[in-house]
Design a protein around this ligand. Structure first.
Ligand code: TNX
Length: 532
């Protein structure tokens, strides 16, 4: 009878318990360590969150916590600069968790305390607390949390997501909403694929036609009363990017820009044909695939690239700048006498070697400005450019090879980490890449290739889910592709391997899905229309 009463009161939504006492907390991603304590703590409306006096970053974290708890549970918390509160955030060089980005979260009958040695750690402790305070159940009001201590830190430093804003432009507000959810999932790198054959999405002051011409194309459908306007596309102004970078930094997310070269450059050639090989002006591409247009390898082309990168570096503080390097068909280089002459003058044996030379020249330019270059694994084909960090998408071989050559690598293999893949065979599954990648597939993925030894494994920075948007015209479709698969991705990139537990993860998901409902995130229900 006792049990019945407890269950009934939780179902009625009053004072729910964030997880059964003594059991691991219902967090996604699962924390590294957990110790149950004695008793519980109940947080009531109006309770204070005390942040270190004058610490703007911690104050921001506390404000986000208060916002989430208010939206999901209707519980108002009061952020206090210095002083006391039921919740205390403390930055402390002697905090129990020494790992970078780590934190300790202690719940006692007297209150809740989050401590960390760095701001990112404090932020992630606060994000965990936001989940503890928004347990499963639709109730509003006070929350009871069992006494416990969580000690947590990330497995990988690069916990990424890529959004292709080139194939279909994605509005700034949707990008910010993604940043919010990445932060809540302890993901920390948003790679924006800003340029491709179908569009150039970043204002560049020196080359206004990149966005005046290159950001627009013929709409995907023509005719009918609902036909979109004849100019289809969009771009981010430099002011918008500055705003986004600050917004993301406050959530410990670094925006990593990608400017794709020497292939995927049709929108560049549409704006500035001289940067290409033939000098002819193509239209901005309206369909998908791998197109022939390549950047030239002459000095005018490098002046263009360097000038663009100067503006990119001024806008994006990220140490890493992605220069693409994928799917560059070499036919245009092969058939250009001037490119062939240059290749011979440089003593390069073929077009793959020329690509490596080209990429390395860009890498040197970035290095001279204190930045580091990332490229897709195709840049290995002519020998690895010395300054490159490799992001491998054609399986994991590129990453394994590069790590063995002492280069840093990031794993984002297709199809498993390709979020444009379908997630069910249900007949209302929105279109996507044909492979079916279920929640379970992503959950099972391990970003550390088993064939690397311990020394080589140190070069694995982490992993990344990639969302290409050939099929994703609307923010709704993007949202559908990302959620809830982002939960599986985040647990794989944050939690220790031995803490991963698929059934346990499924048990923790309903609370997350309820948060999505409250926050207006339209997660894919078809993710569950498969046999796990
Ligand atoms: C391959 S992954 C591409 C993209 C496509 C994607 C579709 C990579 C570096 N290149 O251009 O959008 O497949 O899934």
């Amino acid at each position: 009878a006792m049990t019945m009463v407890v269950v009934a009161s939780a179902a009625a939504g009053s004072d729910p318990v964030s997880s059964p006492p003594g059991t691991a907390p219902a967090l996604i991603p699962m924390p590294a360590e957990f110790q149950p304590g004695q008793g519980t703590f109940t947080l009531d409306a109006g309770a204070g969150i005390a942040v270190p006096a004058g610490d703007a970053q911690a104050r921001q974290a506390a404000t986000l916590l208060a916002g989430m708890v208010s939206r999901v549970r209707g519980l108002t918390l009061d952020v206090r600069d210095g002083g006391g509160g039921a919740i205390t955030l403390a930055l402390d060089a002697a905090a129990p968790v020494a790992q970078v980005e780590g934190y300790a979260l202690a719940v006692t009958p007297q209150g809740i305390r989050v401590t960390a040695r760095d701001e990112a750690g404090l932020f992630y402790g606060v994000m965990s607390l936001a989940q503890l305070l928004t347990p499963e159940g639709e109730g509003r009001g006070p929350v009871t949390v069992p006494a416990q201590e969580i000690r947590d830190w990330p497995r990988f430093s690069w916990r990424g997501l890529m959004l292709d804003v080139a194939r279909h432009f994605q509005p700034l507000d949707s990008v910010k909403a993604l940043v919010d959810q990445m932060a809540a999932h302890k993901l920390n790198r948003l790679h924006l694929h800003l340029t491709d054959d179908q569009g150039w999405r970043l204002e560049i002051k020196h080359y206004p036609d990149l966005t005046k011409v290159g950001a627009w194309r013929t709409p995907p459908t023509v005719g009918g009363p609902d036909a979109p306007s004849p100019r289809y596309g969009g771009f981010y102004t430099q002011d918008q990017i500055r705003d986004l970078v600050v917004y993301a930094a406050a959530r410990h997310v670094t925006i990593v820009p990608e400017i794709d070269m020497p292939g995927h450059g049709q929108a560049v050639m549409a704006a500035y044909p001289k940067i290409g090989i033939t000098g002819a002006r193509p239209p901005v591409a309206v369909d998908w695939g791998v197109n022939p247009y390549l950047f030239n390898v002459d000095e005018a082309s490098f002046t263009f690239i360097q000038t663009v990168l100067d503006e990119v570096m001024a806008l994006f503080p990220s140490t890493y700048i992605h220069i693409g390097g994928d799917e560059a068909l070499k036919d245009e280089w092969k058939s250009s006498p001037r490119v062939q002459a240059r290749m011979r003058a440089l003593g390069l044996k073929d077009e793959n070697a020329l690509q490596t030379w080209f990429i390395e020249r860009v890498g040197q330019y970035l290095a001279a400005h204190g930045r580091r270059m990332i490229g897709w694994d195709e840049i290995l084909e002519g020998g690895i450019p010395p300054t490159a960090t490799i992001m491998s998408w054609r399986g994991t071989k590129g990453a394994v090879d590069a790590a063995r050559m002492n280069h840093d690598v990031i794993l984002s293999p297709a199809p498993t980490l390709y979020l444009d893949s379908l997630q069910s065979r249900r007949n209302d599954e929105p279109s996507g890449r044909l492979a079916i990648v279920t929640l379970a597939d992503i959950y099972a993925y391990d970003a550390l290739p088993a064939e690397l030894d311990a020394e080589q494994a140190r070069h694995v920075l982490g992993g990344q889910g990639n969302l290409w948007t050939e099929y994703m015209m609307t923010p709704w479709h993007v949202t559908h592709a990302i959620y809830p698969r982002i939960d599986a991705l985040a647990e794989g990139l944050w939690s220790p391997k031995d803490r991963r537990d698929w059934r346990g993860f499924l048990g923790r998901l309903p609370a997350q899905l309820a948060r999505y409902r409250h926050l207006g995130v339209d997660a894919a229900d078809s993710a569950f229309a498969v046999d796990f």
